[in-house]
Design a protein around this ligand. Structure first.
Ligand code: FAD
Length: 399
């Protein structure tokens, strides 16, 4: 397996538990990564419970997001409350990704049938005719490549997947109209409790996500490819961009974001692949379907891929029938969820980017209607936040 992010680690853990022999290659030596998936959907929290890592995460500490508020020039248009549902896990958990990955790794290390190799970058696939039969990788401190043969190679190597290209898997990149500049600031004293916020003004918006232990992870949109031009204008142009959306928050940002080193550019795009695999090779998580960070869905989709795939692979390996038809059956099980998220995100991208007064008027009508008709909110959330708990009937005890 290539890549020990959320998808690779969860799949490895489930396979190791079932007694499958696995080697997990991960290029990074440490999990020092920020501005990655940190908001975990309620369904993902239910999976943490099942994997036996929820207590570790709670012991480390996390933040709970109970609602999302969307405002336009200070006026509230939409509030979505995550807690008014009967499910067992009903908050979005904010946890640093390194903490999550370390908790998964700790469990995985207890299985002798799983070998984890850090500092190992996969740079070639091995082929037998048209079938992938293993990988070649380099250790960070060695020049000569090493070779590893496998019955199945799983590419869980993220949004810039090299395995996808090495495996000659057809894919397309769909650029959003915007990029996002991410930064962190302490939670302001007047921040509403347990609340994620979207502030919009014209075609600009700010996304504020409560972040452990007491920060906002904040994102402001810029036009696609516009970062270098903004940088050349100087940091004042960044401050003015934020001021223009919310002057109060802008003042806070001036105090805490000192220079461009505190700001991280995120290229926003989606990828789609008609086939997630070929004989001997399967992609999962971001490698198969990168989504945008809107609505915090990437980790959820990646982990659900792993949870869905594990029993299918175990049974296929037992029957000695791991082939393209199993990979197609896996994709068929997951595609609708991925498509739902991508379509929803594309609609939100359009609404957030509304340029003309008419588009902005229609956006107001859209969000006000969604605010009014809570059954529509419920329908969407039952799909992207509680689908698994609904299917498994994981209702609140005593509720
Ligand atoms: C700025 C930002 C914010 C985000 N916020 C959220 C959020 O709040 N909630 C959410 O759900 N999602 C969010 N996402 C998306 C989320 O981070 C991803 O969807 C998720 O991490 C995908 O998991 P993965 O395991 O598929 O890939 P990754 O997490 O990308 O893991 C891939 C792993 O493969 C390793 N690797 C890569 N190439 C090789 C190679 N050749 N050889 C060996 N190893 C390799 C990498 O080092 C990495 O550890 C965000 C993403 C970004 C960029």
């Amino acid at each position: 397996m290539v890549g020990a992010g959320p998808a690779g680690l969860v799949l490895a853990l489930q396979l190791a538990r079932a007694g499958v022999d696995i080697t997990l290659l991960e290029s990074s030596l440490s999990y020092k990564r920020s501005f990655r998936g940190e908001s975990m959907q309620p369904d993902t929290v239910s999976i943490f419970k099942e994997l036996g890592i929820l207590d570790d995460l709670l012991e480390h500490g996390c933040l709970e997001t109970h609602r999302m508020m969307l405002t336009e020039r200070g006026k509230s248009l939409l509030t979505i409350n995550y807690t008014k549902v009967p499910y067992r896990h009903k908050y979005v958990m904010d946890i640093p990704q390194p903490v999550l990955l370390s908790a998964l790794l700790k469990r995985l290390e207890t299985y002798a049938n799983c070998k984890i190799i850090r500092g190992a970058t996969c740079d070639e696939l091995l082929w037998s005719d048209n079938t992938v039969s293993g990988v070649s990788y380099r250790l960070h401190d060695e020049k000569e490549p090493r070779v590893l043969r496998a019955r199945v190679v799983v590419g869980a190597d993220g949004r810039y997947s090299k395995i996808r290209d090495l495996g000659k898997i057809e894919w397309k990149k769909h650029q959003a109209a915007r990029d996002v500049l991410w930064f962190k600031v302490p939670l302001p004293a007047d921040a509403p409790e347990n609340t994620a916020r979207i502030m919009i003004d014209g075609a600009n918006h700010l996304i504020l996500l409560p972040t452990f232990p007491d920060y906002y992870r904040a994102g402001v949109n810029i036009p696609k490819g516009g970062f270098m031009a903004l940088r050349r204008e100087g940091i004042e142009s960044f401050y003015q961009l934020v001021d223009g959306i919310d002057a109060g928050f802008g003042k806070h940002v001036r105090e805490h974001v000192r220079n461009w080193n505190d700001i991280h550019l995120l290229d926003i795009f989606t990828t789609t692949a008609p086939q997630w695999g070929r004989e001997g090779l399967l992609l999962i998580g971001d490698a198969a379907h990168t989504v945008t960070p809107l609505l915090g869905q990437g980790v959820n989709l990646a982990i659900q891929d792993a949870i869905t795939l594990a029993p299918m692979l175990v049974s296929g390996l037992e029957k000695n029938s791991v082939d393209i038809s199993l990979f197609k059956a896996f994709q068929a099980k997951r595609q609708a969820d991925v498509d739902f998220v991508v379509n929803l995100q594309q609609r939100q991208e359009k609404l957030l980017g509304a340029h003309t007064p008419m588009q902005q008027f229609l956006r107001r009508v859209n969000y006000c209607a969604l605010n009014q008709f809570t059954f529509i909110q419920r329908k969407i959330n039952n799909r992207i936040a509680y689908r698994r708990q609904l299917q498994l009937q994981l209702f609140q005890e005593g509720g």
